[in-house]
Design a protein around this ligand. Sequence first.
Ligand code: CA2
Length: 144
Amino acid sequence: MTKTIYVLNGPNLNLLGQRQPEIYGHATLATVEENCRAACADGFDIRLLQSNHEGEIIDWIHEARHAACAIVINPAAYTHTSVAILDALNAFEGPVFEVHISNVHKREAFRHHSYVSLRADGVIAGLGIEGYEAAVRRVCSLLG
Ligand code: CA2
């Protein structure tokens, strides 16, 4: 079995560390990647990807069906809008963890609903970028 964990990131997360540090912190996605790799148990690895395009994220979820043992996903704004990403995740058989850097429940009402949560095996919000590492650790303990 492949032991690659896909860590997928949605729109605008390429700006992590460059704007709105009061909400999203100072770390960049490169740091998220480094920390997730360090959080992997022996034999596991991560593939971190980011896109501003819904279809590209869906293509990566399809690819994950054969190339990944689990998906950690921060769908960003698509969390709250995308039935298409939910449908793609429903076609993936392994564990799925949804991560939000900020505590979406403390923010605007439109951020309180997540389509992806209908599929996610766990949801982490408000731990900053440490939420990604927590999700990777959970995957390794579930599948290790
Ligand atoms: O808290 C999260 O991780 C979110 O998924 C981030 C999304 C937001 O739409 C969700 O409601 C919650 C926004 C990502 C935007 O990322 C930026 C990062 C730095 C600067 C500007 C945007």
